[in-house]
Design a binder for this molecule. Structure first.
Ligand code: HEM
Ligand SMILES: CC(C)=CCC/C(C)=C/CC/C(C)=C/COP(=O)(O)OP(=O)(O)O
Length: 318
């Protein structure tokens, strides 16, 4: 779809005709950064930084966290530029600034590319090359591998492309230590296996949108029953994986206990999704409520698990 076909005369910069800052336009530019989704991305990145061994000047630590936030937001903006055609078709996304015509696609792209480059350069200058490279890699993963390649081609899009969202704790860790070690890989793995239940729970009740837009999300292609089965399989992997930080000695028993309880609640939420798969006659019963509850809990789970990791280090760590 051409830029002019979508855009109905939106702004190129958050200034009104009188040259004054227009708050609703500022809000639109902030919306391009997907701030709500990115808050958890940034939080997990900050925890990676907190639990890493070694010390970092607080200003540099804050700069590193800011770079993760800006990079995540920038890739969100580029994602919205690229996906403006399908976002216009989906109810959940139709009012985003680009499909609604409030921001010109090319301005959004320039904004995203500028912020992406700036975040990587500043990360390199403030911390080290490894952190900057992993940051660049995660932007590339989200933009090129997930958004431009896999999202519209395969129902495994979020399994592979979702790795982008698993990098932030590894980036935080690398910012402090200058390398990627097993602890960083464990944090990556937790988010990697968390992403499919997180997203597929949502896609169970948002599949109409994806079908309309022709995006081959798992429930659209394989049906709700298969999606529920796969949610359950990933959850079975995730719950024990959450205990690994204690097993490998990067966290203590307090974290382990928290991970055990949270894992139990996570399995319970996902089991309710799976259990509703069929009635006694084997007929499929699609129920929205358990899927909605599981999606919401997935966010609480990851937030609390990483909060527990940080608390364990700050309260009991060496
Ligand atoms: C490919 C992987 C992922 C996909 C496709 C995905 C998709 C989504 C979608 C469609 C929403 C719905 C609401 C919205 O658009 O605001 C959502 C919400 C959310 N996601 Fe994900 N997500 C993924 C990975 C992640 C990761 C890695 C994190 C953080 C570590 C995350 C954190 C969140 C949060 C915090 C929300 C709630 C936002 C709100 O309150 O509105 N997601 N996700
Ligand atoms: C540091 C760094 C670069 C981190 C990247 C963070 C990242 C990849 C998060 C993934 C979460 C996300 C917003 C998925 C949305 O999928 P979608 O774009 O298909 O969702 P939509 O339908 O809402 O646009």
């Amino acid at each position: 779809m051409s830029d002019s076909a979508i855009n109905t005369g939106g702004a190129g910069a958050p200034l009104s005709t009188s040259g004054e800052l227009d708050l609703s336009e500022v809000r639109d530019w902030i919306a391009l950064l997907k701030p709500r989704v990115m808050s958890l991305v940034v939080f997990t990145g900050a925890v990676g930084l907190i639990v890493a061994p070694g010390r970092m000047h607080p200003v540099l630590a804050l700069t590193a966290i800011l770079c993760i936030a800006v990079a995540a937001g920038a890739s969100g903006a580029i994602n919205m530029w690229y996906d403006r055609d399908i976002d216009a078709v989906m109810r959940r996304t139709a009012n985003r600034p680009i499909p609604a015509g409030r921001i010109q696609p090319r301005a959004a792209l320039a904004f995203g590319v500028f912020l992406a480059l700036a975040s990587v350069v500043v990360m390199g200058l403030a911390t080290n090359l490894v952190a900057a490279l992993v940051l660049a890699g995660s932007i590339g993963f989200y933009v090129f591998i997930y958004t431009m390649w896999l999202k519209r081609r395969t129902p495994q899009n979020i399994v592979i492309g979702g790795a982008a969202g698993a990098f932030p704790p590894m980036i935080g860790w690398a910012a402090v230590t200058g390398h990627v070690s097993v602890e960083a890989v464990v944090m990556f793995a937790i988010i990697f296996f968390w992403t499919p239940p997180h997203f597929w729970a949502l896609s169970l009740f948002a599949s109409g949108d994806y079908a309309r837009a022709g995006v081959p999300m798992l429930p659209v292609v394989a049906g709700a029953k298969e999606t529920r089965r796969q949610i359950w399989l990933y959850s079975l992997l995730l719950a024990p994986l959450g205990l690994l930080p204690t097993v490998i000695g990067m966290a203590g028993l307090a974290y382990g206990a928290a991970a055990l309880v949270l894992g139990g609640f996570f399995l319970d939420a996902m089991w309710r999704v799976k259990r509703d798969a069929q009635d006694e006659q084997g007929r499929s019963l699609t129920q929205e409520a358990p899927a909605r509850a599981a999606f919401k809990f997935s966010i609480v789970y990851l937030f609390m698990l990483f909060a527990a990791l940080a608390a364990d280090r700050l309260l009991f760590g060496a």
